[in-house]
Design a protein around this ligand. Structure first.
Ligand SMILES: Cc1ncc(COP(=O)(O)O)c(C=O)c1O
Length: 387
């Protein structure tokens, strides 16, 4: 085929995808990467960090970037790596937890019921048992139940800073106290919150410590491809100190660039996304991110207010970050509501276990999109007789 024909075909074919700027994507934690990042990525997309000896300068840049993001997470000399996303970072964390206690025959990790599915994936891959602590009525973690699940087989615990369903932050300090005298790996999943919470704090929001300020926290997931506006896929895994990684890497002796220890699930991995994110972070800076997070929060409060004015539905919880849950006042299932929204092309998250519809107010979501959404919400509530 001729190049021109191929490009025309692709344009037509891919027109079937949703685009962020259409306004309908209200249920995704990813967004349009920053244009400047795309530009830089295209220039460097051939770099392979699976063989870092060949791309030493890119590997240096990654380490520099990890340390910079580590500072944002209130750590010093933080090490770590880019990953394909939050799932890979969480699975790597689980593996470190398991490795840290080789004497445990039937290892377990304790997670809140709101934990992301990646911990189940990791458990399945590694033969680790996941024990899930209940949430309370208000969707916060039930700490007593969490503590009761910790036993001699517990090699790791997980706290979440920005839950997938509601963007809530677990009581990390209290969880840390529970394991203070125990040899248990503490991982914080801030895949979404990692590029929101630091800027919310700088904007004056009161957020309890959840990051490397809490000395028991061993590692953190924080994803550039969510609120960092990085290229998809760009995940991030951050570790407090090098000793944690000592026994964890897989030696790859035959690499052209020289022997290297792999921590990742993947072998070949992109350097272009890392370089692009270095550019994005340096371009936006703290002030740039603060502006983006503030705009998302302003839109979140706008939507929260509009929802509170519609009889028949309510917010599942007060928003901490730019994630909102909508549920029915009567307790009726949100499934019909979700179906009606889909007929009108709205793409939302449906959480059956919590009976809520999730809206993520990402940078691509405008006030106008939200206003249109609320008109449809009002009509759907009326038609379904939810009032
Ligand atoms: C809290 C949390 N952790 C992990 C993940 C997984 O991230 P990814 O889809 O990048 O693998 C998500 C995804 O939404 C998430 O919300």
């Amino acid at each position: 085929m001729k190049k021109e024909d191929i490009l025309n075909f692709l344009d037509k074919k891919l027109d079937g995808d949703y685009a962020y700027d259409m306004g309908y994507i209200l249920g995704s934690m990813c967004t349009e990467p920053l244009d400047f990042g795309k530009e830089v990525y295209t220039k460097y997309l051939h770099k392979n960090l699976g063989d870092p000896g060949l791309f030493k300068a890119t590997a240096d840049l990654e380490n520099e970037l990890i340390a910079d993001i580590g500072e944002l997470l209130n750590g010093k000399n933080i090490i770590g790596t880019f990953t394909t996303g939050g799932s890979e970072a969480n699975i790597v964390a689980m593996r470190l937890a398991r490795k840290s206690r080789p004497e445990i025959k039937d290892p377990e990790i304790v997670v809140p019921a709101s934990a992301h599915m990646s911990f189940e994936k990791g458990a399945d891959l590694m033969g680790v048992k996941v024990r899930k602590a209940n949430l309370k009525e208000d969707f916060e973690l039930n700490l007593e139940h969490f503590e009761s699940l910790i036993n001699k087989n517990t090699c790791g615990i997980v706290g979440i800073a920005g839950t997938t369903s509601l963007g809530l932050v677990d009581p990390i300090v209290k969880m840390a106290k529970i394991i203070d005298d125990k040899d248990i790996f503490f991982h914080v999943d801030a895949a979404f919150g990692g590029f929101v919470l630091p800027f919310l704090e700088k904007l004056g929001h009161e957020i309890l410590p959840w990051d490397f300020r809490v000395k028991q926290v061993c590692s953190i997931t924080s994803d550039p491809h969510k609120m960092g506006l990085g290229i998809i896929p760009s995940g991030g895994f951050f570790v407090r100190d090098a000793s944690i990684l000592e026994h964890a890497g897989f030696e790859i002796p035959y690499l052209a660039g020289g022997g290297f220890k792999h921590l990742h699930i993947v072998g070949t991995r992109p350097g272009g996304t890392v370089i692009a994110f270095w550019a994005i972070m340096n371009f936006l800076g703290i002030e740039g991110y603060k502006k983006i997070v503030k705009q998302c929060m302003d839109n979140t409060y706008y939507l929260a207010k509009r929802i509170s004015e519609i009889k028949g539905v309510k917010l599942a919880a007060d928003p901490v970050m730019n994630v909102l849950g909508i549920t029915t006042e009567s307790g009726r299932s949100v499934c019909e509501m979700d179906n009606e929204f889909r007929k009108k092309h709205w793409m939302l998250g449906k959480f059956m276990d919590l009976n809520l519809i999730r809206v993520v107010i990402m940078p691509h979501v405008t006030r106008e999109h939200l206003s249109d959404f609320c008109v449809d919400l009002e009509n759907i509530v009326k038609n379904l007789k939810l009032t």
